[in-house]
Write a protein that binds this ligand. Sequence first.
Ligand SMILES: *Cc1c(COP(=O)(O)O)cnc(C)c1O
Length: 375
Amino acid sequence: MPEQSKIWLSSPHMGGEEQKFVKEAFDTNWIAPLGPNVTSFEHAISTYIDNNVFTAALSSGTGAIHLALELLGVSAGDEVLCQTFTFSASANPIKYLGATPVFVDSEVDTWNMSPKLLREAIVDRIAKDKKPKAIVAVHLYGMPYNVTEITAVAKEFDIPVVEDSAEALGSTFKGEKCGSFGTIGILSFNGNKIITTSGGGALVTKDESIKNKAIFLATQAREDAPHYQHSVVGYNYRMSNVLAGIGRGQMLVLDERVAARRANYQYYYDNLQTIEEIEFLNEPEGSFSNRWLSCILTPSFKVREEIRLLLLEENIESRPLWKPMHLQPVFSGCASYMDGTSENLFERGLCLPSGSNLEKEDLERVVRIIKSKFL
Ligand SMILES: *Cc1c(COP(=O)(O)O)cnc(C)c1O
């Protein structure tokens, strides 16, 4: 039998107009960072998220988090509270600045930062005379964190929030777009995200001066002088005008991509929810997830691995949920405020193929294999 075609977890999906904008960059010889595609891409993002926001297009989401933390005043010796259940890029930039992450566990309703544990963590750090400088909260897999409560706790203690919206472009909370809730929001356009520039990110803020400072730092902190003048350490984090052309094309199909990913989730839900051993994460009232990745919970680590390996045998890529940061060797020794939620999700959870370019037959194949394990 010929080998079955590979089904990827989440692969890039071009809309068709991208090459037109890239060609524009070539035709006008704007093969630089900066240029008309960057400006237009930033405008498209701002308009999409909220008319009141300003956007700086950058070379990665990780770079955007790095700049966000620096702009919020995080420096060596500080502590930053960070959702433990996330991808390492949420936490690594805390270390770039010589600061220390303090991890906070998730709530079962959203799989994101628990407002209750966040509050406990802040009270305890303050009692230890180490008031956290910032909070990194994440809309994991596209599901909004509890914006109302997280924002309220942050306000109560006057701590700024970096809203890691890398996986949640197109998601909304009470009708407003993710990316607009934090003191600073960040986006990612990495190859596996809901839209991609092959590599890239953005910083989003309602404060124009923060945006201007981000662009300043992202272009080597070069001051306005005919010679090159520098008073602070800068970075090379700006997005290239060629890649921003891909981004302009992708913005045209973003809502279609959200609809396609949500349809994947709905298909899995409709066809697997009758299996008692499988659980899904429903949207809490007021939340709209872009369903970047469709995830299921199995009864145990053992069953999760059996399903993952069954799929792998059939040339289908799936992946365990993110391994929490407080369990990662690189962050061992960091303080953490845990109740077991993220560890439990990591043990039992599996991300299924979720690309917006999956065919009906692909989804059928995945469902058939998972069903064969239970029925
Ligand atoms: C992808 C991702 C990032 C980082 O984005 P890059 O553009 O890959 O640097 C940050 N946080 C989360 C939750 C992500 O999934």
